[in-house]
Structure formats: structure tokens, C-alpha cells
Write a protein of this length. Structure first.
Length: 140
């Protein structure tokens, strides 16, 4: 499961922006075969008095924290490709709007992850493909 926590200055995103941003993020992962419901995106508005960059109050900033659980990458070239993909997808909502933008990706151990009380099927397995097809946790 990718979990995106998007911390942003007030008024940066409309409800439509958030929906489009979440859909674009989801497309990254469905494009590699993950079920749609694996993708969780949370928007967290942070007042400038509570968000600082270099000790200065930030009134036009976005900080994205991404947890990858369903897939991990060890090869440097794969990690670079992932970073480039994320940068490309977030740009219309961040840097293209002149917002100070930063993101990072953590990789959480897969054996500490459950969905609806169920251990997810192995990546790329028939079980995962079934979950993607049904867009739900179903017996596999």
C-alpha cells in the first residue's frame, strides 16, 4: 500500500484539485498492477504558524511523505525512476504552481501490513491480481 500524506499551506488546493491529485497518484500504482484500494492519499492543511522551512514560516509550501509497503526497490536506477515519476506526477499540483515542494519515500516492512484484517497476497501473485480486478479484499 502506498500511503501519501500531503501537508500543505491553507487554500493551496480546492476539493477538485484534491480529487484530481489523488486520482493521478492512484494512477502511478494501478499502472504497475496494484489494486486501486491500496492507494491512500490524505491532505493535511497546516497553518503557516505551524509549518516552517529553514526556520521561516511557510505560507506557500507542500511537503509529501510517502510510505511504500506493497513494493520495495533496492536498485539505485529503480529508485531514481520512482523519484522522477513522483516528481512528474506532483509537479502540476506543486512546483508548476510556484509552491516550495519536497517529498520523500519510506519503505515499510511488508510483514507489518494488513488490510481489513487480512494479510495481502504476495506482490504480482494471482491473489493480488484478483484483488486488483475486484478492487477489494477477497479470499485468495
Amino acid at each position: 500500500m502506498p500511503l501519501w500524506s500531503i501537508y500543505h499551506s491553507p487554500g493551496v488546493y480546492t476539493a477538485e484539485d484534491k480529487q484530481n491529485f489523488a486520482n493521478d497518484v492512484t494512477g502511478i500504482y494501478t499502472g504497475i498492477g496494484l489494486p486501486r484500494f491500496y492507494v491512500v492519499v490524505g491532505f493535511h492543511e497546516v497553518d503557516p504558524e505551524s509549518l516552517f522551512i529553514g526556520g521561516e514560516s511557510a505560507d506557500a509550501a507542500v511537503r509529501i511523505v510517502i510510505d511504500h509497503i506493497a513494493r520495495h526497490s533496492a536498485a539505485p536506477e529503480d529508485r531514481r525512476r520512482i523519484g522522477d515519476t513522483i516528481s512528474r506526477v506532483v509537479a502540476p499540483y506543486t512546483t508548476d504552481r510556484g509552491l516550495h515542494t519536497e517529498f520523500h519515500v519510506d519503505e515499510t516492512p511488508q510483514d507489518l501490513w494488513m488490510i481489513n484484517g487480512t494479510w495481502p497476497p504476495p506482490g504480482g501473485s494471482d491473489g493480488e491480481k484478483l484483488w486488483a480486478e475486484k478492487n477489494a479484499t477477497v479470499p485468495y
